[in-house]
Structure formats: structure tokens, C-alpha cells
Design a protein around this ligand. Structure first.
Ligand SMILES: C[S@@+](CC[C@H](N)C(=O)[O-])C[C@H]1O[C@@H](n2cnc3c(N)ncnc32)[C@H](O)[C@@H]1O
Length: 414
């Protein structure tokens, strides 16, 4: 019976070939393959969103749940890991926006998906140099991964996370940055707010599940699903299309969209709405930074392993899965909440507006060796060059309804 359901659904779907991403050998049978194969045999093909969620955050086999995935020995490197300048300038941004609100109450600095905690540490080190902020700020981290939470605790609190503490109530722990408290939470609603908030999300939204849609010759969108592969397929899974537009197509893909492929992350929409509601209720601001576009890109779903881009069906659970963030979709989700948004603007424009050249000169003047000088210059180039991360990464801000004035970093350079 279970087998019949799977095969019936399979024959009624249409096979899709990913353009330019074919692999020559069958990918390895990673631990999550059997779990997913079994599920697909029972329920039929799953959405790309389900595939992505399982591969990244399955409690035992999910990519983020098991190991440190960053740096030269990992699969990718992020801006805060490249240079301290990145987190320092984001810290300055937080102070500037806080001052622009002329507030003197408490500020909850909240970070979604903090990875190793490097960005939070660089921001806190900078913020704690401003005496008027130090006493008013607390740090709140939201991450799904026990491994990442342990790394964040070690970096920010200077010691190992006590065993099983993730399951206890989210009591604040003293950070190594003066009197600033840190706590971990499962959702924004769990944070007991006693003042305004600043939400930061860097390379978080691109890890959230997307639905993929592909246009047929008749001009209708069909949803791309993930099915168990046939023996001759290069991987253990393959992409198929729903035979007709399903409920997700009707909800998320506009038939007037001229693109052939559309990717939508409903969860990202829900999370930015939660952020906006919190900002409207308590006051504050948010900065979202990610690979992204303004509703123009098509087929961006991909995987990263050992710093190489791969077919997302290869090495499930052992490779990072990501899709560019659609900022036009986020703006669309935010419209009913009347918040003030700015951007997306490119990373190079934001960092230059925030004074990265001044910080660069200061670091260069402290460099003791030629190697240090070269490293500082090369990290500046990686962050700002349009051929590296300068144009691909985008900054997008959210302020409460009624807020006026451009946020720091969002002005055009004179
Ligand atoms: C690509 S890493 C970015 C890390 C960090 N922000 C940086 O730039 O170095 C994604 C982070 O988001 C977390 N994450 C992924 N999916 C998540 C989810 N659904 N809910 C909460 N955190 C998630 C991961 O554990 C990881 O810490």
C-alpha cells in the first residue's frame, strides 16, 4: 500500500532536468538518504521546502545540527568570519540607529542564525565601547542547532555550555563583554521585551526553505517536487513537476510573472512579519543581510560543499543548501504592516557608507608584518569588491511605522 501511493504519484509527475548542474557520478548515500527515501515512498514526492528543511535541520542528520561548517576547513565562509571590520561596522550601525531614536531605555539586540557567534562578538565589542549603551543592552540569540549554540556560548561567554542547558528555561548568562547578558531562544515571541529591539539576520534567510515553481509551455506554473531517483539517475533523488498547478502554485506563483522559474520562501515572509510586528509594538529596527535580488532572479537553489557550488540533490545533509533571498517578496509581505523599509543596497555601498576605509586604514597602521597587511587588504577586497561579495550581498532595513529619515549606511555616497 505504501509503495503503491508513492509509485502512483511518481508516474503522474513530470521529470525535470536541472540546467547545467548535472553530475557525472551518483552522489554518496548520506545518512539522511534512507530517511527521505522512506518518507517519499509513503507520501509521494515532497516539496523542495520539505527537502531543504530536512537536509539542513533534521535533528540527527541535518547539515547544521552536527558540526562546525565554517571557514577554510568547512564548506563556506561568511563576511563576519572574513574580517572583524564587518561586525564592527554593524555594531556602529546599531549605535547610530539607537541614537537616531533618541531612546534611553533598554535595547534587546536579537540575532537570528548567529553561526559561530563571530558577528555578535564583534558587534558587542564595538557597542560596549560606548558607555551609554553598555548598561542598556542585552543579547538574544535564536538558532536551531545545538552545535552552533555550543560554539556561540563558548565564544561569547568564554566557557563551555553546561550540559542540557538548551532544554532549560532561557536564563541569561553573563557575556565576556562587561555586564552584557546573553540568552538563547527558540522564537522571537519567547523574548520578554522590556524595551526596544534591534534584529540582525546575516545569511539566515537564505537557509530557510523555499518552494520552487517552473513554467510550462502553456504558461502555467507547476511546483517542482523531489522524488526518489531511478537507477539511471546520477543522484538518489530527482526533481519532478506536479502534473497541474497545485495550491502552492496558486498561492505563491503569479502567472503574469515573466520568469520561467520562481522561488518563494513563505517561512521567510512569516519571520519578517514577526520581526516587523515586534518592531511596531516595542519600537526599534532590523537589518537583514543576505545573498539576494529584487524579484528578478530565477533558479538560485544550490548547495555548497568544500567551497564549491553543487547540485542541491548531491550529498543531502552533508552540504549547505541555499537560495537567494527575494527582497521584493519580503517587501510584499511587509506592506500590510506599514513598516518603513530601505534597500536592498549592495554590501560594498553599505560598508563604504559606514566608513570601512577609515577602519581599514586604522587596522593597516597596526599591522606588524607584511603578511598581516596582505591579509587585511585581501579581506577588505573580499567584502567589498563587486567580483567577490561586494555586489552579491544586499542590506535591507526595517523601522517601525512612522519612522522618518534614512538609516545610517543607506545614504548614497557623495
Ligand atoms: C549560513 S549560517 C550563518 C551564520 C552567521 N550568521 C554568519 O554569517 O556567519 C546559518 C545559521 O542559521 C542557523 N539556522 C539555519 N536554519 C535555521 C532555522 N530554521 N532556525 C533557526 N536557525 C537556523 C544555522 O544553525 C546557522 O547558525
Amino acid at each position: 500500500m505504501m509503495h503503491t501511493v508513492g509509485s502512483l504519484r511518481r508516474t503522474s509527475c513530470i521529470m525535470v532536468t536541472r540546467r547545467g548542474l548535472r553530475s557525472s557520478s551518483k552522489s554518496s548515500k548520506t545518512p539522511i538518504v534512507e530517511t527521505l527515501e522512506r518518507r517519499i515512498r509513503v507520501t509521494g514526492p515532497i516539496t523542495v521546502a520539505d527537502y531543504m528543511r530536512e537536509c539542513l535541520t533534521h535533528p540527527q542528520h541535518g547539515y547544521y545540527m552536527k558540526k562546525d561548517v565554517f571557514g577554510s576547513k568547512g564548506d563556506f565562509i561568511t563576511s563576519p568570519e572574513i574580517s572583524q571590520m564587518f561586525g564592527e561596522l554593524l555594531g556602529v550601525w546599531v549605535v547610530a540607529e539607537w541614537q537616531a531614536l533618541a531612546s534611553d531605555g533598554h535595547l534587546h539586540l536579537i540575532e537570528f542564525g548567529p553561526g559561530r557567534g563571530t558577528l555578535a562578538a564583534d558587534m558587542l565589542r564595538t557597542i560596549s565601547q560606548f558607555d551609554f549603551m553598555k548598561e542598556k543592552i542585552s543579547l538574544h540569540l535564536l538558532d536551531v542547532s545545538p552545535k552552533m549554540i555550543a560554539l556561540q556560548h563558548l565564544l561569547l561567554c568564554g566557557r563551555e555550555l553546561p550540559p542540557n542547558s538548551r532544554t532549560e528555561s532561557p536564563e541569561a548568562t553573563r557575556s565576556i563583554f562587561g555586564d552584557i547578558d546573553v540568552s538563547w531562544h527558540r522564537s522571537l515571541g519567547e523574548i520578554e521585551m522590556k524595551g526596544k529591539c534591534c534584529v540582525i539576520a546575516h545569511e539566515f534567510l537564505d537557509a530557510l526553505p523555499i518552494h520552487k515553481f517552473q513554467k510550462s509551455k502553456e504558461g502555467e506554473f507547476h511546483e517542482v517536487l523531489i522524488d526518489n531517483a531511478e537507477d539511471y539517475d546520477p543522484h538518489h533523488f530527482r526533481e519532478v513537476l506536479t502534473p497541474s498547478p497545485n495550491a502552492n502554485c496558486k498561492m505563491f506563483a503569479n502567472p503574469r510573472d515573466e520568469r520561467e522559474h520562481v522561488e518563494v520562501s513563505p517561512l521567510s515572509g512569516i519571520i519578517v512579519q514577526e520581526i516587523a510586528n515586534t518592531i511596531n509594538k516595542y519600537g526599534g529596527f532590523a537589518l537583514l543581510v543576505d545573498y539576494g535580488h529584487d524579484g528578478t532572479k530565477e533558479d538560485t537553489f544550490r548547495s555548497f560543499k568544500s567551497h564549491k557550488i553543487n547540485n542541491p540533490l548531491q550529498d543531502p545533509g552533508e552540504a549547505d543548501l541555499t537560495a537567494d533571498v527575494d527582497f521584493a517578496f519580503l517587501r510584499h509581505c511587509l506592506r500590510p504592516l506599514n513598516v518603513v523599509t530601505n534597500g536592498p543596497i549592495s554590501q560594498q555601498v553599505f560598508l563604504h557608507n559606514m566608513g570601512i576605509r577609515v577602519r581599514l586604514r586604522a587596522l593597516l597602521s597596526q599591522a606588524k608584518t607584511e603578511t598581516q597587511t596582505k591579509d587585511i587588504l585581501s579581506s577588505y577586497r573580499m567584502l567589498c569588491s563587486p567580483d567577490e561579495m561586494g555586489d552579491r550581498f544586499k542590506f535591507f532595513s526595517i523601522h517601525a511605522k512612522g519612522h522618518s529619515g534614512l538609516p545610517a549606511g543607506f545614504t548614497q555616497p557623495s
